[in-house]
Design a protein around this ligand. Structure first.
Ligand code: NAD
Length: 352
C-alpha cells in the first residue's frame, strides 16, 4: 500500500553531496537507501546502518528492483566535469540523460510520487544580467549544462503526463565537509579551488595557480558563490517537504549570495591554517585556446597539457562574464518557494 512507502532512494548517495544528504535524512528520522554505482562514490561515504544498493542507472532492471517501498527519490548521480563533457559528450548523454530516463521510467512505473533533482547553475550559461534568478534564459555553454537542462525539461513533461512532483535544485559551487566530522570521504584528484588550496596547505601540491587577475572584481580575481555542503543537504529535505505540502513543482537556485574571490579564499585559508603557501598569478585561459590544443595539438608548450588544467582553465573561461557580481539565492515569483538557505560561516568551508 502507498501509505507503507517511506523510503527515500538517494541515487548517487555515495558521492560528495549525496552522502551529506543521506546523513541529513537519517538525522531527520527519514529512511534513506543509497543507490550508487561507485564510479566516483566512496566506500567511506556509506554510513553504517544505511542500506546500500550497488547499482547503475544504465540498467533498468536494477532500478526496478530498487523501487520497493520507495516514496521519494533524490537524484544526484551524474558525471559532472564540464570540460570533459565537451570532449566526451557521448558519456555524458548516456550516463546523465539516458540514466535519468531509465530512473524516471522506473520511478513512475513504481508510482513514486516525489523527485528531487540535482541540477546546476550551468543551465544558465553566460549571465545576461546579474544576479541570476530562475527566470534568466537557459543557454548552457557546455554539454554538462545541457544534460542538466534536458533532464529538467523531461521532469516538466513527466510531471504533466505522469503526475510526478519534482523539484530541480540549481546548485552553485558546493564546498566544505561535514562539520561533525562523521563523513570523511575526500574527493580524489579534485579540480575545484577549495580542495586544491587545502591540498597545497598540507603539501600534496606545490602551489595554487590563480587563473585571471584582471577581471572587473574587487581584487581582479574570479568571484564565485560557494555554498556549504551541509546547507545544500538541508535544502533537499526542505524541497521534499515542499513537494509534499505544497503539491507543486519547484525550480530554484541554491547559493549563499556571498561571493568569494580566489584571492580572498587564499587569504582566508592562510589565516585559518596559519600556514603560508605558494600561489602563482596568471591569465585566464580562454576556452578557444584549449580547443585548439585538443584538436590540433597546438601550441605544444601550452600549460593546458593535462586534464586537470583543461578542467580548471575551462571553468575560468566559463565564468569570464559573471565575475563582477555576487550570486544570490532568489525566490522565483512563479515558484513560491519557502526554502531558506542559512549559510554556515566561511570558516566551515575549510573544515576537512
Ligand atoms: N559539486 C558541485 O559543486 C555541484 C554543483 C552543481 C551540481 N552538482 C550536481 O550534484 C550532483 C552530485 O555531485 P557531487 O559533487 O556529489 O558528485 P559525486 O561525483 O561525488 O557524486 C555523484 C555520485 O553519483 C554516482 N553515479 C554516477 N553515475 C551513476 C550511475 N550511472 N548510476 C549510479 N550512480 C552513479 C557516483 O558514483 C557518485 O557517488 C551531481 O548530479 C552534480 O552534477 C554538483
Amino acid at each position: 500500500m502507498d501509505s507503507e512507502k517511506k523510503i527515500v532512494l538517494v541515487v548517487g548517495g555515495a558521492g560528495y553531496i549525496g552522502s551529506h544528504v543521506v546523513k541529513a535524512l537519517r538525522d531527520a528520522g527519514k529512511s534513506p537507501v543509497v543507490f550508487d554505482n561507485m564510479s566516483s562514490g566512496l566506500q567511506e561515504n556509506l554510513l553504517p546502518g544505511i542500506p546500500f544498493i550497488k547499482g547503475d542507472t544504465q540498467f533498468p532492471e536494477q532500478l526496478a528492483s530498487a523501487m520497493k517501498g520507495v516514496d521519494s527519490i533524490i537524484h544526484m548521480a551524474a558525471l559532472k566535469a564540464a570540460g570533459e563533457s565537451m570532449t566526451e559528450p557521448e558519456k555524458y548523454a548516456e550516463n546523465n540523460i539516458s540514466g535519468t530516463i531509465n530512473l524516471l521510467n522506473a520511478a513512475t512505473a513504481a508510482k513514486v510520487k516525489y523527485f528531487v533533482f540535482s541540477s546546476s547553475a550551468a543551465v544558465y550559461g553566460e549571465p545576461q544580467y546579474l544576479p541570476l534568478d530562475e527566470s534568466h534564459p537557459t543557454t548552457p555553454i557546455n554539454f554538462y549544462g545541457h544534460t542538466k537542462l534536458a533532464i529538467e525539461n523531461l521532469l516538466h513533461w513527466y510531471s504533466q503526463l505522469k503526475g510526478l512532483r519534482f523539484s530541480s535544485l540549481r546548485y552553485f559551487n558546493a564546498a566544505g565537509y561535514d562539520v561533525d566530522g562523521e563523513l570523511n570521504g575526500l574527493e580524489h584528484k579534485p579540480n575545484n579551488l577549495l580542495p586544491i588550496v587545502l591540498e597545497t596547505i598540507v603539501g600534496r601540491r606545490e602551489k595554487v595557480e590563480v587563473f585571471g587577475t584582471d577581471y572587473d572584481t574587487r581584487d581582479g580575481s574570479c568571484i564565485r558563490d560557494y555554498i556549504h555542503v551541509s546547507d545544500l543537504a538541508d535544502a533537499h529535505l526542505k524541497a521534499l517537504d515542499y513537494l509534499k505540502h505544497e503539491n507543486q513543482d519547484l525550480v530554484i537556485n541554491l547559493g549563499t549570495s556571498k561571493g568569494l574571490s580566489v584571492l580572498e579564499i587564499i587569504q582566508i585559508a592562510r589565516e585559518v591554517s596559519g600556514q603560508e603557501f605558494n600561489y602563482t598569478l596568471g591569465h585566464a585561459v580562454p576556452v578557444i585556446r584549449l580547443l585548439f590544443w585538443q584538436k590540433l595539438n597546438w601550441p605544444q608548450n601550452c600549460s593546458a597539457g593535462d586534464q586537470n588544467t583543461v578542467m580548471r582553465t575551462h571553468s575560468a573561461g566559463n565564468n569570464s562574464a559573471g565575475l563582477s557580481a555576487e550570486f544570490v539565492v532568489f525566490r522565483s515569483p512563479n515558484h513560491q518557494t519557502h526554502l531558506i538557505i542559512i549559510p554556515i560561516e566561511q570558516l566551515c568551508v575549510f573544515i576537512f
